[in-house]
Design a protein around this ligand. Structure first.
Ligand code: ADP
Length: 721
């Protein structure tokens, strides 16, 4: 019995011992956890911003706080009493179970780890788990507490930071620049980027070294100066320096900017190629500048040459016009002086040659004015219909004299008046009609005028001059409008001409806002056309002549008027012819009128005196400005015809003296009489105090017309003869 009792006692001790060694997991855990918690800790367990989950030694979840439920997205009731491995994904479950076991047994150190929970709504929560073994008072492990901190945000920023760093690294690699981070003592703390192909720009070469060992002394000084500036201004500074390497000299640029008080960022780049390009551009700009200077000089020389040419032309025209005045005037007197047939023929030849010469001078002058851009068009309200009629009637006469038919078809809707330059319109018409009559031996020539378009404030007209027979080969047509172009030189010998008429006509047509062209067939004839634009006239419309009810009906022109010829080519000829037919002597009709003529050329003096006599005007002549001034002091004159270029005192100076002497009480009419026909001459005369301007050569008609403006009736008196 005693043995039994003793055995029972031993058994009881052993059982107790075993119980002590292996207490029931749930009870032991509860006791230990409660002991651990206490009151304050119990509160903390629920309110701490940390998720808590406690398992017993078997891994069964015994306690969770609210935050833990929230972090896992699982209800407390689902977790309690379940093995903690059951709460994670199936694939990890077995491994986790083992790990927990090993940690409980103290085989594995407890290090924090991260775990990711995927919630039902797809949200991811990352936690950092800190594990802690729970022990009872005897130090036995009874379970484990897992504290979870939400690191979702942190992980996100870490990821973003990582992303940034990766991008930055990619950027460093994409740029050819070397990025350095330097400290105060110029030690390179960090080096990124750079170029493998550049022996200087290599990050590994810079990393951990000091700029003092890497840069030439000069460059280092520059860098330090720049750093000082950056410190003062807090703005970027750029330093350029050269490095000699195997490939020869290379140029680098270092951009310095402050990172913080102690650190700097330096961005180094190879700029050798850029520098070379800059130099090339500089050289190029210099070269351009030099070329421009040369061009400007050449332009100045060319301008001066043009000015000289114009002056030469003006002088030449003056010099030729003066004797031409003599030749033509005297020839006219000669022709009217009762010559025998042979002499008459010679004199007529002289006259024709003189006329051609004058036409050539006029054409040359016109062309030089147009080419110098100095031809200004008039803009006057003129009678369009009479301008056309007067010009055609003149050529109708010439055509008839040659045995040709002349037809003219003027569109009935053509306005009576227009605003533009009638003189230049007449000149183009005269050139084309002149050629048509000149080159046609038999058949018909004529003019058609039609409206191309009518706008609110203007009109565009088309004039077509047609002729028959001779025609122009297609190959020649293109260059006809160039200067000095003639199709057939034998024709020139036969018909005369300068080869300038069409060139001038083209320029004039363009100035008139139109164009010029031709259609021609050798042996059949030509149609030369041009267009011109005019402004709207204020003149009243008069009914179109009954003979031209429509543009298609061609009306024969029967000129009844004596043509008032103003076209340069035949101006003098016709005018002088009229004069030649007038009686050689005429007694003065304006008995009280007296004209003073100042003219140094003896022949011209005689001609003008004779013309004045024909106009019934008494006149005295002097040979220079001084004599004119003296003559005016001695006698009263009604008008002075003043040559401009005279020896001793010229016409401008004489006019100035006369004007200064007469004061305000009296005004003597002074008309310039000059061979100067260049642009601006008229203005110069008027500016000098003269009242009018008559260009040489002067025929009877021209003189009469001019004087009529100042001595009304002088025209009537002479026309009556
Ligand atoms: P010009 O008649 O003074 O020689 P133009 O410039 O007026 O100068 O004419 C140039 C050339 O064009 C003429 O020499 C002639 O060969 C040719 N030409 C002009 N008009 C006609 C025409 N109607 N018929 C034939 N040839 C013409």
């Amino acid at each position: 019995m005693a043995l039994f009792a003793a055995l029972s006692c031993v058994a009881a001790l052993i059982w107790m011992f075993v119980r002590m060694r292996r207490p029931a997991a749930g009870q032991e855990f509860k006791a230990a956890a409660e002991a651990f918690d206490g009151d304050i800790v119990g509160n903390l367990f629920e309110t701490a911003p940390i998720g808590y989950l406690e398992i017993d030694r078997e891994g069964i979840v015994r306690r969770v706080n609210r935050l833990e439920c929230k972090l896992r997205g699982v209800e407390e009731s689902v977790m309690l009493g379940v093995h903690c491995a059951e709460l994670i994904s199936e694939v990890e479950r077995e491994r986790y179970r083992e790990q927990i076991q090993r940690r409980m047994e103290g085989h594995t150190a407890l290090v924090p780890y991260q775990r990711e929970y995927v919630h039902e709504d797809g949200r991811n929560v990352t936690v950092e788990v800190h594990e802690q073994l729970l022990r009872n008072q005897s130090g036995w492990v009874v379970g484990m507490r897992m504290a979870s901190i939400d690191v979702t945000e942190r992980k996100f920023s870490e990821h973003a930071a990582y992303q940034n760093a990766t991008e930055l690294r990619a950027l460093f690699q994409a740029f050819p620049d070397l990025f350095l981070r330097l400290d105060k003592s110029e030690a390179v703390l960090d080096a990124n980027g750079g170029q493998r192909t550049d022996s200087f720009l290599r990050a590994d070469k810079f990393l951990g070294r000091n700029l003092q060992d890497l840069l030439p002394a000069g460059a280092l000084t520059q860098v330090r100066e720049a750093q000082q500036k950056v410190r003062n201004s807090n703005a970027l500074e750029i330093v350029e320096f050269g490095i000699e390497d195997l490939l020869g000299g290379q140029t680098y640029e270092m951009r310095l900017l402050p990172l913080n008080w102690d650190e700097w960022i330096a961005v180094v780049r190879n700029i050798t190629a850029r520098k070379a390009n800059e130099q090339r551009l500089k050289d190029y700009a210099l070269e351009l500048e030099q070329k421009n200077e040369e061009l400007e000089k050449a332009l100045a020389v060319a301008r001066e040459a043009t000015r000289m040419k114009s002056r030469f032309l003006a002088n030449m025209s003056h010099e030729i016009r003066t004797p031409m005045n003599g030749v033509l005037g005297m020839t006219d007197f000669l022709l009217g002086s009762g010559l025998n047939p042979e002499q008459q023929e010679y004199a007529e030849s002289i006259k024709r040659s003189g006329d051609s010469l004058l036409a050539l001078i006029n054409d040359t002058l016109d062309l030089s004015r147009i080419e110098a851009g100095k031809l200004r068009l008039d803009s006057v309200d003129f009678s369009l219909r009479s301008t056309i009629a007067e010009t055609t009637s003149m050529f109708a006469l010439q055509a008839r004299a040659k045995g040709l038919d002349f037809v003219s078809a003027i569109a009935p809707g053509l306005p009576e008046g227009a605003v533009g330059d009638p003189g230049r319109l007449r000149q183009v018409l005269t050139n084309l009609l002149g050629n048509a009559v000149k080159f046609t031996e038999r058949g018909q020539v004529g003019l058609k005028a039609e409206i191309v378009s009518q706008m609110r404030d203007g009109i565009q007209l088309k004039f077509t001059v047609h002729d028959s027979v001779i025609g122009i080969p297609a190959g020649e047509q293109g260059r006809l409008f160039d200067t000095f172009t003639q199709v057939d030189e034998s024709n020139t010998r036969k018909y005369g001409g300068t080869g300038l008429g069409l060139a001038i006509s083209k320029q004039l047509a363009e100035l008139l806002g139109g164009d010029i062209g031709l259609e021609s067939e050798p042996g059949k004839g030509s149609r030369f056309w041009f267009t011109a634009s005019f402004g709207k006239s204020a003149r009243p419309e008069v009914a179109a002549p009954a003979a031209t009810p429509s543009a298609k009906v061609e009306a024969r022109v029967r000129p009844t008027l004596t043509p008032r010829v103003t076209a340069a080519k035949s101006q003098t000829g016709t005018a002088q012819r009229t004069e030649a037919q007038a009686p050689a002597q005429a007694s003065p009709q304006h008995g009280s009128m007296r004209i003073l003529l100042a003219e140094d050329n003896e022949i011209n003096q005689r001609i003008t005196l004779r013309l004045l006599q024909k106009l019934g005007l008494a006149a005295d002549a002097v040979v220079n400005g001084r004599e004119a001034v003296e003559a005016l002091a001695k006698r009263k004159y009604d008008l002075v015809l003043m040559d401009c270029q005279m020896p001793d005192m010229d016409g401008f100076e004489a006019t100035a003296v006369i004007r200064s002497r007469e004061g305000n009480s009296h005004h003597l009419t002074i008309c310039a009489l000059t061979a100067n026909a260049m642009e601006g001459d008229r203005e110069r005369c008027l500016a000098a105090g003269m009242d009018d301007y008559i260009s040489k050569p002067v025929g009877l008609e021209k003189l009469r017309e001019a004087l009529d403006r100042w001595i009304p009736g002088v025209g009537v008196a002479a026309a009556g003869r």
